[in-house]
Design a protein around this ligand. Structure first.
Ligand SMILES: [Zn+2]
Length: 599
């Protein structure tokens, strides 16, 4: 962005246009997007690549999207790749790898390649095209030169007649409707496009334009209220992290039938359902997602693990620091909504408790450390199966929990003088931009803020599977885990089940539960307990007829064969990980709570 601003100043001084000047740098790749039949879910792409005088050019499509750590093989939705040279002369184009093509240039200065992309996956990293609108992401749409010399990528959109609006964080090309210029491929991949007739609500914070963009079906969505609340979240973010560095920001929200969010440098893409602003809990959950993705503008898009940039778009990029990038961000997501005055303290503690409970009730916490969960995200976090709870953790939940403990640790070590906010601002000042941090550098910034060496603490919480110690945090803020009444605990098999069209089927068998010890399997259909039929919705009620310690005979169908499995029931654990303010919290503890959460 600084580079573009500099060009603009220089161009003004020389009475040239920025494109005149930029033309003297590496030549751009120019894309035109067309939607001749959007109801068939296709976007047609025409791309012109400078040949650089080479007899052949190699083209590449990214196989993953930064922020979503799974190889997704976007090229599987590409078809009809053809190449032409000057005057429309056909050129040879062959596929050389799953995501690569080699094009003969015939000695020409440029080659033009056309292809179609099928887009009908409503997720934040893929594409959706339908009659009324399109949502396009960079990685699954734009084939680029495999030679990654930084060069501008220009996108012109030939909009269907009924579509009036295009929204993206990319800067527009002056004088051309629906035309945008990315300074390089990374920026193009980092800038989703929303096309159609979006509802846009704009507001300024510190003189910078912010745009809430709603596409899909926003007819029941309270856009004004959402924009007002997002503005408060932005202000809470600035109060926490200091000034933002983006030139403008787009909150792109698809109002559809699914959820999810993905961060970008000057925008984010989220999804929510049409009713989300109409009831409180879904709304504050969505605002927490908004705050999470927005907080990423500081944490990961600028302050980042050293391994996450420059990206290799053709293979896995491993890092041990996603507990910072995602976990710390998750901690601040809910916290900013509280600091913005939108949620109450009990509502905030409920959200934090959800993270803690998810960590503490997952058997995999004794198997996988926070750092290894990050490193193996490509094969575990994004590829969960029925055994995942037994063998892995979620670095969002554990990272957020560690951030909470770290925040309290810094506050206690400095007698309330400093907090994780100060530590994050220090890390941001030191490592944001092109630099990136190593795990040791990040931890040193935390220790420096705390005024004490936290390396042993970090080694324990990040590299081991030891249980976390909540005592310091609870004591500092005057919190406790709400007591569980043992008389309220029911008998349980410990199974996780699902109602599969009226059949009661086992979805998960968690370690250290009665079912796990007795040999019930995932996908067993539970038919009866002690010779009495159990309906798909009847297991909880049936368990109320028993006490922990009793042995029941469970009739299951396993791959269609009936068998009886004796299970000695245990006691439900209840919910021992729900935070609340201690009824007898001292004045000092209450003051610390206020310093942490705001009034
Ligand atoms: Zn995130």
């Amino acid at each position: 962005m600084r580079h573009r601003a500099y060009l603009a100043v220089l161009a003004a001084a020389l009475s040239m246009t920025t494109s005149d000047l930029a033309a003297q740098g590496p030549e751009p790749i120019r894309y035109t997007l067309r939607f001749p039949a959007p109801h068939t879910h296709y976007v047609e792409v025409e791309a012109t690549y400078p040949s650089g005088g080479r007899p052949q050019v190699d083209l590449m499509m990214a196989v993953w999207t930064p922020g979503s750590y799974l190889i997704r093989e976007y090229e599987r939705h590409v078809e009809g790749v053809t190449a032409t040279g000057a005057g429309g002369r056909a050129l040879g184009a062959v596929k050389t790898a799953k995501n690569r093509w080699r094009v003969d240039t015939g000695g020409g200065a440029a080659v033009t390649v056309t292809y179609r992309v099928y887009g009908r996956e409503m997720t934040v990293r893929n594409n959706w095209v339908e009659a009324g609108f399109a949502m396009l992401n960079g990685a699954p749409t734009f084939i680029t030169l495999a030679d990654r010399t930084p060069r501008p990528h220009e996108v012109r959109i030939d909009m269907p007649a009924a579509w009036k609006g295009s929204q993206t964080a990319l800067p527009p090309i002056p004088g051309q409707p629906h035309a945008y210029r990315a300074e390089d491929f990374d920026t193009l991949v980092d800038s989703p496009l929303v096309l159609g007739n979006p509802v846009v609500k704009s507001f300024d914070v510190a003189g910078t334009a912010h745009h809430l963009v709603l596409e899909g079906d926003p007819s029941l969505f309270d856009a004004d209220r959402a924009a007002a609340d997002i503005r408060r979240i932005v202000e809470a973010g600035v109060a926490t992290m200091g000034p933002f560095e983006y030139p403008h920001y787009h909150f792109l929200n698809m109002v559809v039938e699914t959820g999810g969010g993905l961060e970008h440098k000057n925008s984010f893409l989220t999804m929510s359902n049409r009713f989300v602003t109409r009831t409180r809990q879904p709304y504050i959950n969505w605002l927490s997602l908004v705050a999470h993705e927005y907080f990423h503008n500081w944490n990961i898009k600028r302050l980042r693990p050293v391994e996450l940039g420059p990206f290799d778009y053709e293979t896995e990029n491993h890092t041990k620091s996603l507990w910072v990038a995602e976990g710390v961000t998750d901690y601040y997501g809910a916290l900013l909504v509280r600091r913005a005055g939108i949620t109450t303290t009990p509502e905030y503690l409920d959200m934090l408790s959800n993270s803690i409970e998810a960590v503490q009730t997952r058997p995999g916490r004794r198997v996988q450390s926070a750092e290894m969960a990050s490193f193996d995200t490509w094969i575990k976090q994004y590829r969960p199966d029925e055994n995942s709870p037994n063998t892995s953790i979620d670095y969002y939940d554990k990272g957020a929990t560690i951030a909470f403990l770290l925040d309290a640790t810094i506050r206690k070590a400095t007698a309330g003088g400093k907090s994780l906010d100060d530590a994050m601002r220090l890390a941001y000042g030191r490592y944001s931009g092109a630099r990136g941090f190593t795990p040791v550098q990040f931890q040193q910034a935390m220790s420096e803020t705390a005024g004490t060496d936290l390396s042993a603490w970090f080694a324990q919480v990040l590299t081991t599977t030891d249980e976390l110690d909540f005592s310091t945090a609870l004591d500092w803020f005057g919190l406790r885990f709400a007591p569980v009444d043992p008389r309220a605990l029911r008998a349980t098999t410990g199974l996780v089940t699902r109602n599969d069209s009226g059949r009661l089927v086992v979805s998960q068998v968690r370690r250290h539960t009665p079912a796990y010890d007795s040999g019930i399997n995932v996908d067993d259909e539970i038919l009866a307990i002690d010779d009495l039929r159990v309906r798909a919705d009847g297991l909880t009620a049936r368990m109320e007829q028993y006490r922990a310690g009793e042995t029941v005979r469970v009739l299951v169908a396993r791959r269609d064969r009936l068998m009886i499995v004796p299970v000695t029931l245990g006691a439900e654990p209840g919910r021992p990980w729900r935070l609340q303010v201690k009824p007898d919290a001292t004045t000092e503890q209450q003051a610390r709570l206020t310093a942490w959460l705001g009034r």
